[in-house]
Design a protein around this ligand. Structure first.
Ligand SMILES: Nc1ncnc2c1ncn2[C@@H]1O[C@H](COP(=O)(O)OP(=O)(O)O)[C@@H](O)[C@H]1O
Ligand SMILES: [Mg+2]
Length: 235
């Protein structure tokens, strides 16, 4: 089986600063993969590299069997990669509905069928579609960010720290939602600091420490692994 996304020995720099070092990972069709690691270890940079927002100096990125290393973000989004960015990044002065419709722009007009599917997943958003996104609670903003990403009918969903800034109850709800999307067959790469939560829903995981993958394996094997604790504490 060809993996949906692969990063092969990727090295990414910001100017002279070497961030990602020989990072290799893959996501198979239908898989939920988590990328774990403490603050500033390069998790967001990995997602940005996958999306083409930063270019690796060395290494190869493929999506759906195509070498996309030299392709820009817009090409990759059109191919079916969608992102729920760190801190959701909604358009605060625009309504919930407008934010959702923006997610469909790569496909042209928003399809009412897709909109209905998002409202089915998040009934609360249907009631609040004319509310300004900036006035929603953190949990509701996350529903909009996920809904916006789903509007493009992505083949792969990248999520950057979905638990960030949410209360423990909402973190739990958020991971229930992620498990629900996984059950629908959506392929996902979820970046998280909350290792326990992420591993409780993921199929596989990778652990990043200062720009290097130090551990990888089945989610069940990673939970409670000594190296996982070391990666978080030994910085
Ligand atoms: N645009 C940038 N320019 C320079 N350094 C950056 C930039 N973005 C991130 N960094 C640095 O790269 C490292 C990894 O950042 P990031 O990938 O955002 O980490 P994480 O998401 O794991 O917290 C950090 O030290 C951060 O300060
Ligand atoms: Mg980050």
């Amino acid at each position: 089986m060809t993996p949906l996304l692969t990063l092969e020995e990727v090295d990414t720099y910001y100017g002279a600063i070497h961030i990602l070092q020989k990072v290799s990972l893959h996501v198979n069709e239908g898989e939920l993969v988590c990328l774990l690691g403490g603050n500033a270890c390069g998790k967001s940079t990995t997602l940005k590299t996958a999306l083409g927002m930063v270019s690796p100096k060395v290494g190869k990125i493929t999506f759906a069997g195509e070498d996309v290393t030299k392709k820009n973000t817009s090409h990759r989004v059109k191919m079916g990669i969608a992102v729920v960015p760190e801190n959701r990044r909604l358009f605060g002065p625009m309504t919930v509905l407008e934010n959702l419709k923006i997610g469909a722009y790569v496909r042209g007009e928003a399809d009412p069928v897709d909109l209905e599917r998002v409202f089915e997943l998040f009934p609360k958003l249907k009631d609040r579609q004319s509310q300004l996104a900036g006035t929603l609670s953190g949990g509701e903003q996350q529903m909009v960010a996920v809904g916006r990403a789903l509007m493009s009918r992505p083949r792969l969903l990248l999520m950057d720290e979905p638990s960030m800034g949410l209360s423990p109850r909402l973190v739990e709800q958020s991971f229930e939602m992620i498990a629900g999307l996984h059950a629908q067959g959506i392929s996902m790469l979820v970046v998280e600091q909350n290792a326990n939560m992420a591993l409780s829903v993921a199929d596989r995981g990778y652990v990043l420490q200062t720009g290097r993958i130090v551990l990888e394996g089945a989610a069940g094997d990673l939970a409670g692994h000594d190296e996982l604790r070391r990666a978080y504490l030994g910085r």
